[in-house]
Design a protein around this ligand. Structure first.
Ligand SMILES: [Zn+2]
Length: 210
């Protein structure tokens, strides 16, 4: 299969990662970001979390730094009540200044309303960019059929799992927030990708230009 390498051979890569809540980016594309940090000499990683209050803010900051963010923006839009309007739309407009080579964001097939709004605003804002939409497992059972994969080496997989557990103590009592779940999804996507390592993260790519 002809493959496209997002990072190798690039001296500099500007990546914008956008998540509605603390831990979304890490869960959805943390392995990809760790891989890029190893592949690219100069990774400029702008990390945006739209809602993280109280202890979640500290966790969001810790996660961003641990996964290699070079610039972190954490906001306090109301969790579960994101709504389309001037405030959030104006904020997204400011992100154009990042001039990203790659944008990582939620997918609009996601059952969480905040995630869907972030996906919609990302596409509103970045009309001529490579956008990959990551997936978040949840009880809604809304994982779709992704069509883009980033294989991950075992060391990256282990690091992602460890950092998730280290950075997000408030989530440890959630039944799904554990090593088995994290590995299961990456293993499934690794099978689909035919990854030599057995592991991958998956994305929805709505538009690709070669
Ligand atoms: Zn979320």
């Amino acid at each position: 299969m002809l493959t496209v390498d997002l990072g190798a051979g690039r001296r500099r890569l500007a990546v914008l990662a956008i998540g509605a809540h603390a831990d979304d980016i890490e869960l959805g594309c943390g392995g990809t970001l760790l891989r890029l940090a190893g592949d690219v000499e100069e990774l400029e990683l702008t990390w945006v979390v739209l809602s993280a209050a109280g202890a979640r803010r500290e966790e969001a900051e810790a996660g961003a730094r641990a996964f290699g963010a070079t610039k972190v923006e954490i906001h306090d839009f109301e969790d579960a009540f994101f709504k389309y309007g001037r405030e959030v739309k104006d904020y997204f407009e400011t992100l154009k200044a990042v001039e990203p080579d790659l944008v990582l964001t939620h997918t609009d097939n996601d059952r969480h309303q905040d995630h869907r709004l972030v996906a919609e605003l990302t596409w509103n804002t970045f009309r001529d960019h490579l956008i990959l939409e990551y997936e978040i497992m949840k009880i809604d059972g809304d994982l779709g059929n992704p069509n883009a994969y980033v294989p991950l080496e075992p060391g990256v997989v282990r690091k992602k799992v460890k950092l998730l557990q280290d950075c997000f103590g408030s989530q440890r009592d959630k039944r799904w927030f554990n090593e088995e779940s994290f590995l299961a999804l990456m293993r499934l996507r690794g099978v689909e990708a035919g990854a030599a390592s057995g592991y991958a993260e998956a994305f929805h790519a709505r538009k690709l230009v070669f």
